[in-house]
Design a protein around this ligand. Structure first.
Ligand code: GDD
Ligand code: MN
Length: 378
């Protein structure tokens, strides 16, 4: 080996103690918040070997520069820079995986989570209660949602109830983004995680084979001062996807469930248009059925584009090509449906409803497989 590479500096520097606690902080455009956050964490964790793992999804506001400026003099500050990726949940997961610390926390990078809770969370995990997950909870006595307006409070409340139905254990605030857990607990959940959207705590709890021992500590959700919230319609959609994935995801892909749901809406739409065209407009049956089919195909395409494949949404010219392809694929599906059902009902003498159902399910699977591979491919 080249002796020059072993500079005295490398040989003699005392190794820093390995971190006991890793605080994973997903950040997206939080340039003004990362400095105050590090200072706040440092203030409340004296005597604890901590590290902060920022996970940045390619911020454009100088967030990484702000982090790098601190990291140049403080080796406890680390960062994962993801390009072409999004998502609070996957950011937390990958941040936790990049660390060796036996205790891992999730905390927002916008100062809305009260860092004073961190030492109490760690103490609870190490205490004799044997807690596996400690949650910073807004919905236990002493906790609160701060200055959220009634609309956001109502949404959070409703979403919390939905989440609680998916969990087999009692949790007051399963939607909290502020929690700490043992690495062993994280590793037990790891391979079952859905990693969809924002709600990583719910994902973790639902991914554990047995309900974990949970302690909830109250905190007041603070008001955001700098930067903007990233909560948008996509977050709601992702939350529904997560719930579906957590309930039936081990049986069928969550997208297929959505696609089938949209298909069901399409049938209702078809029947309504058929009724309208026949009874109100007095059109002949063939015309009415044709119009109803066209409307249903259009409706299905729009809903699938918005919802089922919302993350791969086609816009502008590509949406029109997509619609044309979707109509073509649906037509082929319908022909397949008809021939299979006719074959079962005729030569095979299967009962009418089995023949009908097999035909319909076959065309549904066909439409889904081909649409997702061709129209909304990655
Ligand atoms: N890396 C990365 N990627 N970070 C993200 C992303 C992303 O796609 N989306 C948001 N973040 C970061 C933000 O920069 C911030 O540090 C943190 O995640 C929370 O995002 P906000 O946009 O501020 O979320 P919120 O305040 O509306 O919601 C928070 O509070 C809820 C209630 O406690 C989140 O913590 C939710 O998980 C939590 O349920
Ligand atoms: Mn926030």
């Amino acid at each position: 080996m080249n002796a020059e590479l072993l500079t005295p500096d490398i040989i003699t520097r005392a190794p820093a103690p390995a971190a006991e606690l890793c605080i994973v902080v997903p950040v997206l455009n939080e340039a003004l918040n990362v400095g105050p956050l590090v200072a706040a964490v440092d203030r409340v964790l004296p005597g604890i070997a901590w590290e902060i793992m920022f996970v940045d999804d390619d911020s454009r506001d100088g967030t990484r520069d702000a982090i790098a400026a601190i990291a140049r003099t403080d080796p406890r500050i680390r960062m994962l820079h993801r390009v072409g990726r999004r998502g609070l949940s996957s950011a937390f997961i990958e941040g936790a995986q990049a660390s060796f610390a036996p205790y891992v926390a999730a905390m927002d990078g916008d100062l809305q989570h009260d860092e004073a809770l961190l030492p109490k969370m760690l103490a609870a995990l190490k205490g004799e209660q044997g807690a596996e997950i400690v949650i910073g909870s807004r919905y236990v006595p002493g906790g609160g949602i701060g200055e959220w307006d009634a609309r956001r409070a109502g949404m959070s409340n409703f979403a919390t109830r939905l989440g609680q139905m998916v969990l087999k254990t009692q949790v007051a605030d399963p939607m909290s983004g502020f929690f700490m857990l043992r690495r062993a607990t994280f590793n037990t959940a790891l391979r079952n995680l859905s990693a969809i959207g924002f709600k990583i705590l719910l994902d973790i709890i639902a991914s554990l084979p047995t309900p974990p021992r949970i302690v909830e500590l109250p905190f007041q959700f603070r008001t955001r001062v700098a930067g903007e919230s990233k909560l948008d319609a996509g977050v709601m959609r992702d939350y529904l996807l997560l719930l579906v994935d957590k309930t039936v995801g081990h049986l069928v892909p969550v997208r297929f469930v959505l696609f089938a749901g949209v298909g069901t809406i399409g049938i209702v739409l078809h029947m309504l248009v058929l009724l309208l065209a026949l009874k109100t407009l007095g059109e002949p049956f063939a015309t009415a059925q044709g119009v109803a089919t066209a409307v249903a195909i259009l409706g299905n395409f729009v809903l699938n584009n918005l919802f089922t494949f919302g993350d791969r949404r086609l816009r502008g010219k590509r949406a029109w090509t997509g619609l044309a392809l979707f109509a073509l694929i649906s037509a082929v599906g319908a022909i397949g449906n008809l021939s299979v059902a006719a074959f079962l009902f005729g030569p095979q003498m299967t009962s009418w409803w089995i023949a009908g159902l097999v035909g319909a399910v076959m065309s549904l699977v066909w439409n889904y497989a081909v649409s997702s591979a061709i129209i909304w491919r990655r």
